[in-house]
Design a protein around this ligand. Structure first.
Ligand code: SDX
Length: 434
C-alpha cells in the first residue's frame, strides 16, 4: 500500500472547515480514501449500507476485476489454476502461504493435511442430536463450531503455530464433517478417511462408499470435484469472508469464526444460491416455460430472481461460471448424461437472459452458482448439500483471510456505527399513561 500524491478534500457548502484525507494506492485495482479521521474531525460518519463503496481492509490474497470478469488468487488467474494448474491442495497452499508449492513443499503439505482428516471420535455423538432431515448447513454450523471443544491446544490466536495448526485442521476436517452430515442424513454409517487417496478422492469415498462393497473412484469425477473446490476457494471480501474477519477481530477462536462464515454463506443471496438455482431450474421444468419465468423475474412485485445470476462485483461474466459450465459438460459426458434436460434448460435460459435488455442493462451475468448445482447433482451430491460443498471449498479462503487479518498490525475489533433515526430521549410513562 503506497501513499498517493493526490489527496482527497472534503468541503462543506455551509462553510464548515474542509478536511483533507490521504489516498492510498494498492498494487492493482481502485485506490482508497483513508477516512479514519473523518468522525474525529467532523463529528460525522460515512453512510454505506451493504459496503458498496467501502474497503474494510487491505489484503494480498484475492483480486477481482468485476468489469473485466477477472479473478486472481495471489496473482494467478483462476482459469490457469483450475484448468492446467495443480489440484485443490496446491491452491490451498497458495492461498495460505502466498506462493505455489514446489514438489517437496506440496508433498509435505499433502501429508500434513492427510494426517488431520480424522475428527475426534466423540464428534459422532453431536450428529445424534440432529434430526436426520436437518439441513446440512445447520449441522455444519454446529459441528465446526464444536471442533473448538476438542482442540484447546491450538486456540491461542496470537501464537503463529496455533494459527497454522488450526488452519490445517479446518481444511483437513471439513470434507470429513460434510461427508458425515450426508451419511447421517441417509442413515448410512460414517466412513473414515483413507490416507492413500487424494483430498477430493477421499471426500468422494467418504460420501459414497459403504462397508458392503468396494468403492471405485472415478478420476474424471474426482478431477471435476477438485476443480469445483478450486473455483470456490476464495473471493475477496464477500459476505461470509467479512463475517469471518469480523468474528475474528474480537479474538474469537478460528473454529468459531469459520462456523460464523458457514452460517452467513447459507443465505440464498450468497452461497445458498446454488441450491436455489437448481430448484429454480426444476421449477421452470422445460424450455417452453422460460418466457413466462423471465416475465415473472422482470415483475418487481413477484419477488422472483434469476438465481445464479448477478453479482455485486462482477458486471461481466463471472470467470468461474464459464469454467463451471465446461466442468458440467465434461461430467455429463463422462456419465453419458450429455442430454441432461436441466443442463440444456440452463444453457437456453442463459442464452435468452443474455439477449434480454432487462439483464443486459443491469449487467446481470451467470455467477459461480448457476451451473454448480447441475454438475454437483450429476456427481451424486444431494441438492441440500451443495452449499456444504461451497463451505468445504471456501474454508481455505476464510482461514487464509482470518490469518492475514490476525497478523495485520492495523487490525482492530470491527465496530461500525450508524445513522440513528429512532426516538430521541424520552421518559418512561407509568402504565396508566401508556
Ligand atoms: C455468491 O460476493 C461474492 O463474491 C459472493 C460469491 C463468492 O464467491 O463469495 O461470488 C458467491 O454469493 C454469488 C451470488 C449468488 N447469489 C445469487 O445468484 C442470488 C441472485 N442474485 C442476486 O440476489 C444479486 O444479484 C446479488 C445479491 C448477487 C447481488 O446483488 P446487488 O449487488 O445488491 O445488486 P442489486 O440487488 O442491487 O441488483 C441490481 C439490479 C436490481 O434491479 P433494479 O433495482 O436496478 O431495477 O439488478 C436486479 C435487482 O433487482 N437483480 C436481479 C438479480 N440480481 C440483481 N434481478 C433478477 N435476478 C437476479 N438474480
Amino acid at each position: 500500500m503506497t501513499n498517493s500524491e493526490t489527496k482527497a478534500t472534503l468541503s462543506f457548502s455551509d462553510g464548515s472547515p474542509s478536511l483533507e484525507m490521504p489516498i492510498y494506492k494498492g498494487s492493482i485495482g481502485p485506490d482508497v480514501i483513508d477516512i479514519r479521521k473523518l468522525y474525529g474531525s467532523t463529528g460525522m460518519f460515512t453512510y454505506d449500507p451493504g459496503f458498496m463503496s467501502t474497503a474494510a481492509c487491505n489484503s494480498s490474497i484475492t483480486y477481482i476485476d468485476g468489469d473485466k470478469g477477472e479473478l486472481l488468487y495471489r496473482g494467478y488467474p483462476i482459469e490457469q489454476l483450475a484448468v492446467n494448474g495443480g489440484d485443490f491442495l496446491e491452491t490451498c497452499y497458495l492461498l495460505l502461504n502466498g506462493e505455489l508449492p514446489n514438489a517437496a513443499e506440496k508433498a509435505n503439505f499433502v501429508s500434513t493435511v492427510t494426517r488431520h482428516t480424522m475428527v475426534h471420535e466423540q464428534m459422532q455423538f453431536f450428529f445424534r442430536g440432529f434430526r436426520r432431515d436437518a439441513h446440512p448447513m445447520s449441522v455444519l454450523v454446529g459441528t465446526v463450531g464444536a471442533l473448538a471443544s476438542f482442540y484447546h491446544d491450538s486456540l491461542d490466536i496470537n501464537d503463529e503455530h496455533h494459527r497454522e495448526v488450526s488452519a490445517i485442521r479446518l481444511i483437513a476436517k471439513m470434507p470429513t464433517l460434510v461427508a458425515m452430515a450426508y451419511k447421517y442424513s441417509i442413515g448410512q454409517p460414517f466412513v473414515y478417511p483413507r490416507n492413500d487417496l487424494s483430498y477430493s478422492a477421499n471426500f468422494m469415498h467418504m460420501m459414497f462408499s459403504t462397508p458392503c462393497e468396494e468403492y471405485k473412484v472415478n478420476e474424471v469425477l474426482v478431477r471435476a470435484l477438485d476443480r469445483i473446490l478450486i473455483l470456490h476457494a476464495d473471493h475477496e471480501q464477500n459476505a461470509s469472508t467479512s463475517t469471518v474477519r469480523l468474528a475474528g477481530s474480537s479474538g474469537a477462536n478460528p473454529f468459531a469464526c469459520i462456523a460464523a462464515g458457514i452460517a452467513c454463506l447459507w443465505g440464498p443471496a450468497h452461497g445458498g444460491a446454488n441450491e436455489a438455482a437448481l430448484s429454480m431450474l426444476e421449477e421452470i421444468g422445460s424450455v417452453d416455460n422460460i418466457p413466462e419465468f423471465i416475465a415473472q423475474v422482470k415483475d418487481k412485485n413477484s419477488g422472483v430472481k434469476l438465481m445464479g445470476f448477478g453479482h455485486r462485483v462482477y458486471k461481466n461474466y463471472d470467470p468461474r461460471a464459464k469454467l463451471m459450465r465446461e466442468t458440467c459438460y465434461e461430467v455429463l459426458n463422462e456419465l453419458g448424461l450429455q442430454d441432461d434436460p436441466l443442463f440444456k434448460l440452463a444453457m437456453e435460459l442463459e442464452r435468452i437472459a443474455l439477449e434480454d435488455e432487462y439483464f443486459v442493462s443491469r449487467k446481470l451475468y451467470p455467477n459461480v452458482d448457476f451451473y454448480s448445482g447441475i454438475v454437483q447433482r450429476a456427481l451424486g451430491i444431494p441438492t441440500a448439500l451443495f452449499t456444504g460443498i461451497f463451505a468445504l471449498a471456501r474454508t481455505v479462503g476464510w482461514i487464509s483471510q482470518w490469518k492475514e487479518m490476525i497478523s495485520d498490525p492495523e487490525q482492530k475489533i470491527g465496530r461500525p456505527r450508524q445513522l440513528f433515526v429512532g426516538s430521541p430521549r424520552r421518559d418512561v410513562p407509568p402504565m396508566d399513561k401508556r
